[in-house]
Design a protein around this ligand. Structure first.
Ligand SMILES: NC(=O)c1ccc[n+]([C@@H]2O[C@H](COP(=O)([O-])OP(=O)(O)OC[C@H]3O[C@@H](n4cnc5c(N)ncnc54)[C@H](O)[C@@H]3O)[C@@H](O)[C@H]2O)c1
Length: 333
């Protein structure tokens, strides 16, 4: 049985505790938060779990095997470092760290101590992303052309990071999971309207073989949109995460080049085939992910959403900040 201590019981922490409480071979032993109201809530919902405002009680306890760090990003590095130094496996929220150098140090520390790091890239465990990955791996879409994502809504304004650090970790982690190639360069533009952090941003990522990815992240949108388009040579798909049914639609649509009579004449023919919606597994992503964390510890396996996966996302976030500061200057990765 893996005994888990959870640090941070704000907005996201209760979801983590609820899911770790419902899995096989894992149990939550303690919760820590600086806010007494959060501790009252934890105690009320889980009377048998120990609560404390001092996270060191979790970090140093011999009765804890793994620590979940569900606090704001600036605190991830010191808390994860302390957990690893005390011999605990770590489940940490996205984004993994504030800098790539911090992530590299933590990965090295975990490797040296033979401990696991799992970064909570929750979307990788959704039925929709699993289905899209299955299709890309089976070459059902053909050669990929583009990845185009819109993640916009009104708020929630963060006080410590810009909209890219808040929303794009989801999209960057999904993109890296789905597209096997390495991103080569990135361009980001954005503006601040309300506080000192960008609240609207557009990021473009270029890959070596012509694949292009674009991300629209925005805290000032009147409507909530969660749409991703993926274009391939054989098929194209649209994933609308807000749809209850038919989250993914596959389009047998495309274009084909044909030479016309004249030597300079290029004709394009359009394929307008069927549209269908595959069945998506209905699971709570966090339930699958928390079970996977405990299973990886039990079986001594490296999770695919490990520290290295988290580091790749942080590198893209850092590159986005560099490009933003240069008003859209290209950053080679
Ligand atoms: N995976 C997801 O879909 C998802 C969704 C929301 C938030 N998150 C991530 O979860 C993390 C937390 O976000 P949130 O929205 O819950 O923030 P929040 O501010 O609502 O909660 C954070 C909590 O951590 C506590 N805390 C901070 N430092 C602490 C310390 N040293 N010891 C004990 N408690 C401490 C605070 O008191 C607060 O209650 C962020 O990294 C965020 O990016 C992930």
């Amino acid at each position: 049985m893996i005994r888990i201590g959870v640090i941070g019981f704000g907005y996201w922490g209760p979801n983590i505790v609820r899911n770790f409480e419902g899995i096989r071979f894992g149990t939550v032993k303690a919760v820590s938060d600086l806010n007494p109201k959060a501790l009252d809530k934890a105690k009320k919902n889980y009377p048998s779990i120990e609560v404390s405002s001092d996270c060191n009680t979790i970090l140093t306890s011999p009765g804890i095997d793994a620590v979940a760090v569900i606090t704001p990003v600036a605190t991830h590095y010191p808390l994860v470092k302390a957990a690893l130094e005390n011999g605990k496996h770590v489940f940490v929220e996205k984004p993994f760290t504030r800098t790539a150098a911090q992530a590299e140090e933590l990965i090295e520390l975990a490797d040296r101590k033979n401990l696991k790091i799992m970064v909570d890239h929750t979307f990788l465990f959704t039925g929709a992303v699993r289905k899209i990955k299955e299709m890309i791996d089976a070459d059902a879409l053909g050669k990929l052309y583009y990845y185009d994502s819109t993640r916009v809504n009104l708020g929630l304004f963060q006080t410590d990071v810009n909209v890219i650090w808040d929303l794009a970790p989801h999209d960057f982690s999904i993109m890296q999971h789905l597209i096997p190639d390495k991103p080569e360069a990135l361009v980001a533009t954005g503006e601040k309207h309300v506080n000192s952090f960008e609240d609207v941003a557009y990021i473009t990522v270029h890959f070596s073989d012509g694949v292009i990815a674009h991300f629209n992240v925005n805290w000032l949108s009147p409507v909530k949109v969660r749409t991703t388009l993926i274009g391939g040579e054989k098929k194209m798909l649209m994933w609308n995460d807000l749809e209850a049914d038919e989250k993914i639609r596959i389009y047998d649509k495309g274009v084909q080049r044909e030479n016309g009579d004249g030597i300079y004449e290029l004709l394009v023919s359009y394929r307008m085939g069927d549209i269908w919606s595959p069945r998506i597994e209905q699971i709570e992503a966090l339930k699958a992910e928390t079970q996977y964390f405990v299973d990886c510890i039990e079986k001594n396996e490296k999770p695919f959403n490990d520290g290295v996966a988290g580091l790749k996302v942080v590198r893209l976030l850092e590159a986005s900040d560099t490009s933003l500061a240069r008003k859209g200057g290209i950053v080679y990765l």
